[in-house]
Design a protein around this ligand. Sequence first.
Ligand SMILES: [Zn+2]
Length: 340
Amino acid sequence: MPELPAEPRRPQNVTDTSSPSAPAGSAFVRRTDAAGEPLRLMAVHAHPDDESSKGAATTARYAAEGVEVLVVTCTGGERGDVLNERYGEVPGGIEGMREVRRHEMAAAAAALGVQQRWLGFVDSGLPEGDPLPPLPEGCFALVGLEDASAPLVEVVREFRPHVMTTYDPTGGYPHPDHVMCHRVAAEAFAAAGDPERYRGHGEPWAPLKLYYNHGFSLARLRAMHEAILEAGGESPFGDWIESRQAREIPEREVTTRIECAAYFDRRDAALRAHATQIDPEGFFFAVPREVELAHWTTEEYELAESRVPVTLPEHDLFAGIAVQPLGSLAPADETTGTDR
Ligand SMILES: [Zn+2]
């Protein structure tokens, strides 16, 4: 933990609240809510690796700036296939996979500098075929909403996040666990503050804002695709863009952009920690860093619910909650944003 000065520093030059702030290790004053409590962010994800592919640099940034960040992982990811051809086989069936992915998750959390908790549900797997096969018995997506939400309500009441993030109602990706993840996170956001609901699962706590992750917006994919081609490279995004356009699902609204380029290295280290899932030469690493830095330095969110007044668009998940604006207290050093 960085040392806290005895007296809070006054914000200076609070004009640009969207500038990237310094990486971990820099002096900062811990931002608080109006009651003087440190800010807390909870990112709810379906599988180990989702926290590293969706909003990872944002969580790394907030953690480095003294926000308490907790990643909650609904399932053990035990029905994930080995997606990295270079990895080889994982012996031991779903038990073996669960074990491997626990280690991967711990390494990813360390890379991001965040805390992490498991809810203990079993991965539903991604059903494939026509017609789709039934989901496996006992899997996360088949659990009733209240039973599936109770453990998350408990963690919300214990950790007391001001802000929660999760996926939009479509899951953002057609995996039954991602849709279920949205449902339990929305339920916990709605119910955790209600003393009449989920009795026996802790003292009520109402989080103030709920966001959906939109890091894979069509706008970003297109921008990356065009930038890679412009730089003379090969883009892996062409087919993805076409299939997204063909799906005819309306693009969700982006309300909130978080500057986090200084934490792209941490995001990438966290992704690499999921060695069974992430090919180090695959599409997650297809965008050269200089292209990414020149064209897209933010992660995107949609503010889905708020219990505090807000002004959109935003550049801080804690806008309307934090006493001090984002970036106002950290040294404005934009040149040493990496920690390789
Ligand atoms: Zn997932």
